[in-house]
Design a protein around this ligand. Structure first.
Ligand SMILES: [Zn+2]
Ligand SMILES: [Zn+2]
Length: 159
């Protein structure tokens, strides 16, 4: 479900590891709809440093106040918090619940996801995952990729 709404440049590489448990209550009033409830699910995102998958448990309360754009302009005096308004999901008649759920999941994601506190990331030089392998840049000499190249060239130069 999420895949449809995840932007192509999603830095999180968000995936769902199971069904999302959505329990929402809609309280429809004349001028607004109040949505409360919970969204629970297990997500998988890429570690910001090493890109390894990290699973996150999403268990967030939802508390949204939906108004149509026209109404909100007339009711500016209510001084609602900007982040409580989700115009884009509500045209006055239809609420796009799945879009709303995905948006809520994205909003709750931490700014930076790390597989562990001291994740060492990927070496920009040799590209190894430094959590799993030692950096190969440091070991110069016979082990360097250039030494390998020289070895490969030797047989050709014999004739
Ligand atoms: Zn990591
Ligand atoms: Zn390296």
């Amino acid at each position: 479900m999420v895949d449809r709404f995840v932007p192509a440049d999603d830095p999180f590489g968000l995936k769902l590891l199971g069904p999302v448990n959505v329990a929402l209550f809609f309280d429809k009033r004349l001028d607004h709809i109040k949505i409360t409830g919970t969204i629970k699910g297990v997500l998988e995102v890429a570690c910001h440093r090493c890109l390894n998958p990290v699973s996150l448990t999403h268990d967030e309360k939802v508390d949204i106040y939906l108004v149509t754009e026209g109404q909100s302009e007339r009711e500016e005096e209510k001084e609602l918090e900007a982040d409580e308004l989700f115009y884009e999901f509500y045209d006055g008649e239809v609420i796009e619940v799945d879009v709303l759920v995905v948006e809520q999941i994205f909003l709750a994601l931490p700014v930076k996801v790390l597989c562990r506190e001291d994740c060492r990331g990927i070496c920009p030089g040799c590209g190894v995952n430094l959590n799993e392998e030692a950096c190969r840049c440091k070991s110069r000499g016979s082990r360097s990729p250039f030494a390998k190249l020289r070895l490969l060239k030797k047989p050709e130069s014999k004739d």
